[in-house]
Design a binder for this molecule. Structure first.
Ligand code: GDP
Length: 449
């Protein structure tokens, strides 16, 4: 198997050191390949039995600016585009800086398989910084010390896993072919679903669109945006044949539910002139209950006179109507005019990233002890409920299990408080969060029988 990994990160995190560590003596081969620009070093990396091409982006660094320069961004994006795997490097000693976040956003947006690597992680100072790196939303950091050669076996395991996942398709060169994100567009009749999808896919697609006779479930169409592959579930396309009946059409709950179940991210399209009617909210509720990532798109913005003010008001309204997914992205679009579609796809990507987020157990338990001392659970018949231990067994959507002394006694409002606190602490806006309470001993508390 052969693939290319690119080392990305802000200046001084140790990109070149890692590059040299991976390439070893073979650095001599670097730079004389055709097509390699001067500021982009490439070499053949060897890690255990893994051989791959590695690209160092350290040369992109210019002035030590506090923000990502346009040129650096452009070059980094290009390097990521050309690679199959990103090794995103942070400095565990200095913790997460704003520039790290900018780079992380850039990396996340490309949708490339990414391994978060916390370098310089030797010693205690390193561990704390590595914990912080979770907040970047790029998964669990692999702790290494490029300088001392520590952590390479963890890095090896992470790469094997990433490469393996990317290769579960049938093409062996698919490390560059990320999995498409499944998106469904749902909404009331006449919200503008067909118009939006046709606008996204272009008129040509409309002509060559799905033929009648294909099974309902298989109707999804590929779409690319923001360097990412999407699969759009085209419920609207199903109805093109019966356009005349459209105006009389009722909301088909069964069809909507099928679309929601197909999707990872659901775009709920509402009509700007009549947003958040009961049906809209019912659909939103279905999306949340099915545990999908939600994006609210307020369509027909061309009919709204003062858009900026209207958007703020709509955001508040969404949070009011959908408190269970506070912070859900709201974008204003005009499907008809093709406005706001870029922002829409951006929101889909972001929502998908949050939905996939994993919070490490150590950070969760640190949070739990802080939260419970700040706002302890109530006492039930004179005895305080103990919250022992919390963990996140899965993402998509983020799902947490909290072990407590009295699962049935924890009141609903305290549970809601915990969910909201989790949302804030771990940057999980707008995504359904599942929290299950279990009665079980703390696995780390040996004193208990
Ligand atoms: P669907 O039932 O959700 O698929 O809705 P359609 O796409 O069929 O659109 C319903 C009506 O709304 C049509 O008359 C569209 O032309 C109109 N429409 C859709 N999007 C927009 C928009 O962004 N602005 C305006 N002004 N009208 C729109």
């Amino acid at each position: 198997m052969s693939f290319t990994a690119v080392i990305v990160g802000r200046p001084n995190v140790g990109k070149s050191t890692l590059f040299n560590r991976l390439v070893g003596r073979r650095t001599a081969l670097v730079d004389d390949r055709p097509g390699v620009t001067r500021d982009r070093r490439e070499g053949e990396a060897q890690l255990g039995d893994l051989a791959f091409t590695v690209v160092d982006t350290a040369g992109f660094e210019e002035a030590p600016a506090g923000s990502l320069s346009a040129r650096m961004r452009e070059q980094t994006e290009q390097a990521i585009r050309d690679a199959g795997l990103v090794l995103f490097l942070v400095d565990a000693r200095s913790g997460v800086t704003p520039l790290d976040r900018q780079f992380a956003d850039l990396v996340r947006r490309t949708g490339k398989p990414t391994i978060l690597v916390a370098n310089k992680s030797e010693g205690r100072a390193g561990e704390a910084g590595a914990l912080e790196a979770y907040e970047l939303g790029l998964g669990e950091p692999v702790l290494i010390s490029a300088e001392h050669g520590a952590g390479t076996s963890d890095l090896y395991a992470a790469i094997v896993e990433a490469v393996g996942e990317a290769e579960t398709g049938n093409d062996t060169e698919t490390l560059t072919d990320e999995k498409p994100i499944k998106v469904a567009v749902v909404g009331r009749p006449n919200a503008g679903k067909s118009t939006l999808i046709n606008q996204l896919l272009g008129e040509e697609r409309l002509l060559t669109g799905p033929e009648p006779g294909i099974t309902r479930d298989s109707i999804s169409v590929p779409y690319r945006s923001h360097e990412h592959a999407f699969e759009l579930y085209d419920t609207a396309g199903l109805r093109r044949r019966s356009r005349i009946e459209d105006k009389l059409e009722k909301l088909s709950v069964a069809e909507t539910l099928r679309a929601i179940r197909f999707a990872e991210v659901v775009v709920l399209l509402v009509d700007a002139e009549r947003p958040f009617e009961e049906q809209d909210l019912r659909i939103a509720d279905l999306v949340v209950r099915e545990g999908r990532a939600l994006v609210v798109a307020v369509n027909k913005s061309d009919l709204v006179p003062r858009r900026a003010g209207a958007l703020t008001k709509l955001r508040d309204e969404v949070d009011h109507w959908l408190p269970q997914v506070r912070g859900v992205p709201v974008v204003m679009i005009s499907g008809l005019r093709g406005e706001g579609l870029d922002r829409l796809m951006q929101a889909v990507l972001q929502s998908h990233a949050v939905w996939n987020r994993r919070v490490p157990t150590a950070a969760l338990n640190k949070w739990l002890s802080a939260v419970t001392s700040e706002h302890p659970p109530p006492a039930v018949s004179g005895r305080r409920i103990k919250l022992n231990y919390i963990t996140q067994p899965k993402a998509r959507p983020p799902t947490f299990v909290l072990f407590t002394s009295r699962a049935d006694a924890v009141p609903e409002d305290y549970r809601r408080y915990l969910v909201n606190a989790l949302r804030d602490a771990f940057d999980l806006p707008g995504t359904p969060i599942r929290l299950t309470l279990r009665e079980k001993e703390n696995p780390f508390d040996r004193k208990k029988p």
